[in-house]
Design a protein around this ligand. Structure first.
Ligand SMILES: [Zn+2]
Length: 245
């Protein structure tokens, strides 16, 4: 009897609130979640995981050179393009996940899993000891209720079986309006906003820093440069989207 009531309730909920694709709005099949197969298939992959010296690598190598920074950088990649036309579906999913009426951490879990599954046979994750999400300022964390980078890591971690470290990389001040700044200003904005607490915990570790989108690279760069004094610590970076034309 209880099972019957449960089934009826579920059926009523499904009719009243059908699960729809967060990118295009079509009703999802029972086997789909978050986005429909068509939208997932049309996300424009970068193939960074199989390209040596891909665009993300080149972006960071140029930043290290320009800012005279000796980071032990291993590799970098973004899952897909994020710019307006080509990356429309990914952009829509990320924006709805972050800013919609009901911000939705499962979007990021889903995309983190998807990216890890698709790149599971690449050497992108080789030797990585820790997945480290770029932290949100506590103020934004309170406002949104979750850190999207952490949920991307959760999805990746479930596939890759690599632990997540949310303890040691911390944000010490908020950088509001960052998206409106140009790179120079952004670089200043993010210059001293992160710190690594108990850096000895990262000694001889390969850390994969994870964020949702790479734009100028200044946020990930600021995190990476903090690892330079830590003996034997090397870093890689991964993001869902790359805002590059
Ligand atoms: Zn769709």
């Amino acid at each position: 009897m209880l099972d019957l009531i449960r089934t009826c309730c579920r059926a009523v909920i499904e009719v009243l609130f059908p699960q729809c694709c967060l990118a295009c709005g079509v009703k999802l099949l029972e086997t789909e979640q978050i986005a429909c197969s068509d939208c997932i298939a049309s996300i424009p992959r970068t193939e960074h995981a199989i390209l040596e010296n891909n665009g993300v690598d080149m972006l960071f190598q140029a930043l290290f050179q320009e800012r005279k920074c000796r980071v032990r950088y291993e590799r970098g990649a973004a899952f897909a393009y994020y710019n307006r036309e080509r990356g429309k579906n990914l952009r829509m999913l990320i924006e709805r996940g972050k800013f919609g009426n009901h911000p939705h951490p499962q979007v990021f879990y889903f995309l983190g899993r998807l990216a890890a599954q698709e790149y599971i046979d690449s050497d992108l994750w080789d030797g990585v000891d820790l997945l480290v999400p770029v932290p949100l300022h506590p103020y934004r964390l309170r406002a949104r209720g979750f850190n999207q980078a952490e949920w991307i890591c959760r999805g990746m971690s479930d596939v890759l079986q690599i632990p997540i470290d949310t303890e040691h990389l911390v944000r010490v001040k908020n950088n509001a309006h960052q998206s409106r700044s140009r790179f120079e200003k952004r670089a200043e904005n993010v210059e001293n906003i992160f710190k690594i607490s108990y850096p000895e915990e990262w000694k001889n570790k390969h850390v994969l820093l994870v964020d949702d989108v790479i734009t100028s690279g200044s946020t990930l760069f600021s995190c990476m440069r903090l690892t330079t004094p830590i003996r034997g610590c090397c870093v890689s970076v991964f993001a869902l989207g790359w805002a590059h034309n």
